[in-house]
Design a protein around this ligand. Structure first.
Ligand SMILES: [Zn+2]
Length: 632
């Protein structure tokens, strides 16, 4: 039964109060009832609606000193407002008249940090918190010049998702609570500062920058980066930021960005955030990309030189609708952000590069999904293979697996295949428009799809869809199966080679220059190789294709799995280089996991990790520490 899974709501909805603050919207439905286990906030009592942030970024002490002034909305009787903090030192809190407000910092809990409880007067309208970040603030990564591409200037970037915003701003850190913000930020002269907001394109004389985000966003989309950064415009509303030595390659790689925005708009309605820019960060950025509004943060590992890894841009762009416009109400509903985004990403890729291209991506996603399902089912929490999660008492990061992304995608693709693309697209377009700037729970999604897709079109509602996919474990048998002639060809080539046909007969020299195959085909080739390759076969592959020296990070990472598995020593040095210089968790996890399978491998993993760990962001460190049983 679906109802048995519903949570009893304690709080009047946060989204209802946000609705009250956006006068153009009218409340036309029951307020959504939500409990977020990952915030101390009590939004039914008092809620933040706007932030004015005045900050000073100090690279010497690796801290940010700031004043966070929130406009608040509260019930008549509210005595206090509660914000989330983690490691912040709070110096004082004042109201709009400059009077001190009493405050108290509650006990710290794992992952959640501490509540900041501020006493309110009857007429308090704003609270202004003076504070400093801790030296180990989890969202912040301070890089030395040597850790950047140009090695000239230090660099700072933030990663707030899922609940790390509270380590650099005291805030109601729940995806169901939205606010607008302005910021006034001082950084060392000569450096550029950027946020998830309207951004400068040139370095200022005095190191001072002003930012404005006039659309309500949740705290996990707060973002800041500071460094020796330059800008290149790509179209009227798209552009790219990067360190000076990287900007040319970045502008080349992302040339199709405007085309992607247009394809996305054609599918699901206008892009609502004004400009769409992307910054290529230094290699320690832990994710492929982060969909910070107006400014996607991206890893340099997608700079392949041939635009072959730009599906990541389609993904982050798609989040401008799924996630940033319609937001998972809690981290238990994370699949609503990511499953929709992978579906949308595939549709953008199909529109721009064709179906045979996007089907290869779909198949790679299915491979990832099957692997993830098998590995989670083998562990202690098989229920983590459900789309709807229960992360109470856990780090929400535990829910950031391929389930939310790829099982979510296949669930939506199954619905598309059942009802037909036209009807599904009409539903999605309406879903993004009518729920824009609101949060969404899994239950509310089911209500909406039942009425606005199935009932509206006179189609039967199939409850088993939800029982199997959303609330059921594993991968349901009715999972759609993509078809790709290009991948079938790759499989044939692997088979022939394994059966003794020489490589030279299977590949012409031109094929080998990767002109015939896309990165996806190479990736599929590497993933399809048998597990018992001989040393001679490894040598042959490396001699012909130079995989050990590939500049394509996806191909390199897939090859390195074989390097470890087959103890192919000529690859070891580059394996180490890659792991020391790249902080993208997607690559780190499978490589360290492969090493950890044997005693000797684990020893090697720990040796490499000792050198690499200082270069990783907190989110990568927390995963790898656990995997390698690391004690500092
Ligand atoms: Zn995403």
């Amino acid at each position: 039964m679906l109802n048995s899974i519903k949570k009893i709501a304690l709080a009047l909805s946060a989204s209802a109060l946000v609705l009250a603050c956006t006068p153009t919207e009218k409340i036309d439905k029951e307020p959504m009832k939500v409990i977020d286990h990952h915030t101390y906030a009590q939004p039914d009592e008092a809620l933040i609606t706007h932030l004015d942030w005045e900050a000073n970024v100090d690279f010497n002490t690796k801290t940010i000193t700031a004043n966070a002034t929130f406009t608040i909305s509260k019930t008549e009787n509210a005595q206090e407002i509660i914000l989330d903090t983690n490691g912040l030192s709070i110096k004082g809190v004042k109201d709009e008249k400059g009077n001190d407000l009493a405050f108290k910092i509650g006990n710290e809990k794992p992952f959640l940090g501490s509540p900041l409880i501020i006493k309110l007067n009857n007429d308090t309208k704003t609270i202004s918190i003076n504070y400093k970040t801790g030296v180990d603030a989890e969202a912040l990564q301070w890089l030395s010049p040597q850790q950047t591409a140009d090695e000239k200037s230090p660099f700072l970037f933030t990663q707030s998702q899922a609940i790390l915003a509270r380590s650099w701003v005291p805030v109601q850190d729940s995806p169901g609570i939205r606010f607008t913000y302005n910021a006034h930020v001082t950084v060392p002269k000569g450096m550029l500062a950027l946020m998830s907001a309207t951004n400068p394109t040139e370095v200022s004389n005095n190191g001072v920058y002003d930012f404005k985000m006039d659309k309500p966003i949740p705290a996990y989309l707060l973002a800041l980066t500071v460094g020796d950064i330059t800008y290149q415009r790509l179209s009227e509303r798209t552009g790219v930021y990067a360190e000076p030595s990287v900007i040319k390659a970045a502008a080349y790689e992302f040339e199709d960005m405007e085309q992607m925005v247009e394809a996305a708009e054609k599918l699901y309605g206008p892009y609502q955030w004004g400009v769409y820019d992307l910054i290529v960060l230094p290699p320690s950025f832990p994710f492929g990309g982060m969909e910070n509004p107006m400014l996607t943060f991206a890893t340099p590992t997608i700079l392949a030189g041939d635009r072959s890894l730009v599906s990541l841009v389609a993904h982050e762009l798609a989040h401008s609708w799924s996630g940033n416009l319609v937001t998972n109400a809690t981290w238990d509903d994370f699949w609503l952000n990511e499953g929709f985004t992978v579906y949308f990403e595939q549709r953008i890729m199909e529109a721009v590069y064709g179906r045979d291209y996007s089907e290869m991506l779909a198949l790679l996603s299915l491979q990832d999904l099957k692997k993830e399902v098998a590995s989670i089912l083998a562990g202690k929490k098989p229920e983590d293979t459900q789309l709807k999660l229960n992360l109470e008492g856990r780090n929400p990061d535990d829910g950031m697996t391929a389930i939310a992304y790829d099982k979510g995608y296949y669930f939506l693709r199954l619905i598309e295949e059942r009802v037909g693309r036209d009807k599904f697209d009409a539903f999605l377009k309406d879903y993004f428009t009518s729920n824009a700037f609101h949060s969404m729970t899994t239950d509310e999604f089911i209500t909406q799809i039942n009425s606005k897709l199935f009932e509206k079109n006179g189609l039967p509602i199939d409850e088993s869809l939800y029982a199997d996919w959303i609330f059921g474990e594993g991968l349901p048998a009715n999972c759609p199966q993509p078809q790709s002639d290009r991948f079938e060809n790759v499989e044939k080539v692997v088979e022939q080679w394994v059966n003794g046909t020489p490589m030279e007969e299977l590949f012409t020299p031109e094929d080998i220059m990767t002109k015939k195959w896309s990165s996806h085909e190479w990736l599929h080739f590497l993933r399809s190789l048998p597990n018992d390759l001989s040393l001679a076969q490894m040598q042959k592959l490396d001699e012909v294709f130079q995989f050990t020296y590939s500049r394509n990070s996806e191909i390199l990472a897939a090859w390195m799995v074989h390097v470890i598995k087959h103890q192919y020593e000529p690859g070891y040095q580059n394996l180490e280089n890659f792991l020391v210089h790249t902080g993208r968790r997607k690559f780190l996890s499978p490589l360290y996991a492969e090493m950890a399978k044997t005693d000797e491998g684990l020893k090697m993993a720990k040796e490499i990790y000792t050198k690499a760990r200082p270069n990783y962001h907190y989110v990568a460190i927390s995963t790898m520490d656990k995997m390698l049983n690391w004690q500092e």
